[in-house]
Design a protein around this ligand. Structure first.
Ligand SMILES: [Zn+2]
Length: 192
C-alpha cells in the first residue's frame, strides 16, 4: 500500500511532480517532473509557496490536469536536471546494486578530497574592486580565535559588510595575489 503525493504552488494554484511513499519508506519518484516543477515555481513564485499534498488531504484532486499541464510543460521547457550522473549511469553498465555501490564510493571519495573549510568570524577590513563584469572584494576576516586571514570573493552572494558576522566557505589552498600575501578564495558566504 502506498500513498500518493504531488507538489502544489500556492501562488499559481498549480500542481505537479509526483512521488509515493510505501509503508516501509519512500517509494517511486518522478525525478524529472518533480525537479522541473520545483525549480520552475521556486524561481517564479518563491520556494515558500510550494507545498506537498498527500492523497489523504481533503484538497487532493484526482482528475487529469490536461490543458494546464501542457501549458506548463511548454513554459518550463528550458528546465532540465543536467547532471553528470546521467552520463555516469550510461557509461557504467552495471546492475543497480553494483551501480549504487560504485556511486556511493565515488561520492565518499569526493568528500575525502574536499579541502574546503567552513569558518565563522567577522569582516574587519574591506576593499571593493569594481570591474566591467561585476565586482569583487578583498577583505580581512577575523575568526573567533582572533586569527586573521585575507579573503577574496565575487559579488554573486552580495558584497559583505564590515563589522558583521559571517560564515564563509573557503578553498583550503591559499592563492597568491600580486605575488604578495596568501589569500583564500571565498566559495560561499552568508551573514549570521
Ligand atoms: Zn507557481
Amino acid at each position: 500500500m502506498s500513498t500518493y503525493y504531488y507538489f502544489f504552488c500556492n501562488n499559481c494554484q498549480r500542481r505537479g511532480g509526483f512521488l509515493t511513499r510505501q509503508a516501509w519508506g519512500w517509494g517511486n519518484f518522478n525525478i524529472i517532473d518533480t525537479f522541473k516543477f520545483i525549480s520552475y515555481h521556486s524561481e517564479k513564485c518563491g520556494h515558500k509557496n510550494i507545498r506537498i499534498i498527500s492523497e489523504h488531504d481533503s484538497e487532493y484532486e484526482f482528475d487529469n490536469i490536461g490543458i494546464e499541464e501542457i501549458e506548463y510543460y511548454r513554459e518550463a521547457e528550458g528546465i532540465f536536471p543536467h547532471s553528470d550522473d546521467w552520463e555516469y549511469m550510461e557509461k557504467n553498465e552495471l546492475t543497480t546494486i553494483e551501480l549504487d555501490k560504485k556511486w556511493t564510493e565515488q561520492k565518499i571519495e569526493e568528500h575525502i578530497n574536499d579541502n574546503r573549510r567552513k569558518l565563522r568570524g567577522e569582516i574587519v577590513h574591506m576593499e571593493i574592486q569594481n570591474k566591467k563584469r561585476g565586482s569583487h572584494y578583498l577583505a580581512v576576516f577575523r575568526m573567533s580565535n582572533n586569527e586573521k586571514i585575507r579573503i577574496i570573493g565575487g559579488d554573486s552572494f552580495g558584497i559583505p559588510v564590515v563589522n558583521k558576522q559571517y560564515e564563509i566557505i573557503v578553498e583550503g589552498t591559499k592563492i597568491s595575489v600580486d605575488d604578495s600575501d596568501d589569500i583564500f578564495l571565498v566559495e560561499s558566504i552568508r551573514q549570521l
